[in-house]
Design a protein around this ligand. Structure first.
Ligand SMILES: [Zn+2]
Length: 520
């Protein structure tokens, strides 16, 4: 279309036109300023008939700055809503330390959002959604917390592996006061190296808990002991029978008071020993700070510069170098089956579904991040494209082949979507999709380009309607034959040609008639 237009462009010498900056102008003004600019360089019969205008709006997730642009189009490429199922693997970490990490594979639609995935897991496990959290872990460390809108294919292709944590459980944690802020605590599990004094090795994946903010350092010690005593028991169980007797940990009892006296008996009172690990806090300003078993309030350790949103601690649990990590079975996991019924791909969709998909707000992932001129860095912004201005002759291209961008073509290799897309022959109503419309936008179909076969050995045919008697014809290489109306909509339809419905005036008719004579 661009080539056709350039061939008949009435503007032979294109003036230099400045790009317009968005300064919160009303859509109507900014649209027409951009359109006038466009017409200074582009003016042809193709533009007159086929050109329209998109409005795209990008919002920065951090500074919330909005960028709006108006760009011309000669045809619209519509995505076909298409589910690709992914066999997704993740780990599920129960708050109860006795239940090993569950290694799970589940079939999910590639475009399912993280928030929907959490809802699904909440339904399966009957754990409240707000107590489940996804973290991406690589080499035992958290490298990212995905946001609600990140989709399964994003998690699946991520550098890290998805871990879903149950961060709170009434059986182990004191009830949280909804009025009160909670502390998000990451517990890194390290082992001190024998040789290098200052180097701690990650030996197990980071655990995540929620602590009440009014807790004390003692509470932290006990909470961590309560979680890890199961693993310590494994370790003590491997020692000689005499020592085993001394370090008797009974997993039956999970009461807070019991845990407290067990901890104090084992490590503080009678044996006058310390736990085989130390807890330390690592922060940029304080560097490494050991956490004592004391009644000091947690809140006193929060740095002033931590905002409410970032109220979190990174606590390091450093096992002494004599501990045999394998014996503790910190990383022992269990294959589990969360299989549900596989989401079924619907066989049909219609043009409206495609238009909805097209105008749907999307969150740009890291690979397609947008450069925010305010934050001066790339951001995973939200983007929404809509049709602002539509032409009299509207060309709709159905994206049946894998496209580079977009979230819906994550399947490997190049494939063709052969899904049946229903579209109306008459009366396509685009009133809801054209933002800047001033009158009814009703369209009738006058031609279809079909594609058969695959990517390499395909074949094109066309259906076209005679303007005067409304008869449809099939154009297939050198053969032209009349075709029934009921044949026009098929799963081969690739490009749709719509004409805007106008009053048929004497003048319009005679013009069209003259054009038609010329072709003959
Ligand atoms: Zn920004």
């Amino acid at each position: 279309m661009d080539g056709l237009h350039e061939d008949v462009n009435r503007i032979k010498k294109k003036p230099i036109v400045q790009t317009l900056d968005y300064k919160n102008q009303p859509d109507e003004d900014f649209s027409s300023q951009n359109w006038t600019n466009y017409l200074k360089r582009n003016n042809s019969i193709i533009i007159d008939l086929f050109a329209g205008q998109y409005k795209s709006k990008v919002t920065c997730p951090t500074c919330k700055i909005i960028s709006i642009t108006f760009d011309p189009f000669l045809y619209i490429s519509l995505p076909i809503p298409h589910i690709i199922n992914i066999n997704f693997q993740f780990y599920f970490i129960y708050r109860d330390p006795v239940i090993p990490p569950q290694k799970i594979r589940i079939t999910l639609p590639s475009n399912e959002t993280a928030s929907k995935f959490i809802k699904r897991l909440a339904d399966i496990t009957r754990i409240k959604e707000e107590f489940l959290l996804i973290a991406m872990i690589k080499e035992h460390k958290i490298i990212e917390y995905p946001n609600d809108n990140n989709i399964i294919s994003y998690l699946d292709k991520h550098d890290g592996i998805a871990f879903i944590f149950e961060v709170f459980n009434e059986k182990f944690d004191n009830p949280l006061n909804p009025e009160e802020k909670t502390l998000h605590v990451e517990i890194n599990v390290n082992q001190k190296s024998r040789k290098e004094k200052y180097y701690d090795n990650s030996v197990s994946f980071t655990r995540i808990f929620k602590f009440p903010l009014n807790g004390t350092l003692m509470d932290v010690h006990l909470k961590i002991y309560q979680y890890f005593r199961n693993f310590l028991k494994n370790f003590y169980g491997s020692l000689d029978p005499e020592t085993q007797k001394e370090y008797n940990i009974s997993l039956e009892n999970k009461e807070d008071d019991f845990i407290k006296s067990e901890f104090e008996d084992l490590f503080l009172k009678t044996k006058n020993l310390s736990p085989p690990y130390e807890l330390s806090l690592f922060s940029e300003t304080n560097k490494k700070q050991l956490l004592d078993y004391s009644t000091q309030k947690l809140i006193t350790l929060i740095e002033n510069n931590q905002t409410e949103r970032e109220l979190f601690f990174e606590i390091n649990l450093n096992f002494n170098s004599f501990i045999k990590i394998e014996i503790m079975k910190l990383n022992k996991c269990q294959e589990a089956n969360f299989e549900e019924k596989t989401p079924n791909e619907t066989k049909f969709c219609n043009l409206q579904n495609c238009l909805d998909q097209f105008t749907k707000e999307e969150v740009l992932d890291r690979n397609n991040a947008w450069f925010c001129s305010n934050c001066k860095k790339h951001q995973e912004a939200t983007k929404k494209i809509e049709i602002y201005k539509a032409p009299d002759l509207l060309i709709l291209h159905l994206k049946r082949f894998k496209s580079s961008g977009g979230n819906f073509y994550m399947g490997s290799g190049t494939s063709k979507i052969t899904k049946f897309v229903d579209f109306p022959l008459e009366g396509l109503n685009l009133n809801n999709y054209i933002l800047g419309k001033t009158e009814d936008m009703i369209y009738d179909l006058y031609a279809v380009s079909n594609h058969y076969g695959g990517l390499s050995g395909g074949h094109y045919t066309a259906y076209c309607q005679n303007f005067f008697d409304k008869t449809w014809f099939e154009f297939n290489d050198s053969n032209v034959s009349e075709v029934g109306k009921n044949k026009i909509v098929s799963d081969a339809a690739y490009v749709l040609f719509y004409r805007r419905r106008r009053e048929i005036t004497e003048e319009n008719l005679s013009n069209s008639f003259r054009e038609s004579r010329k072709i003959e």
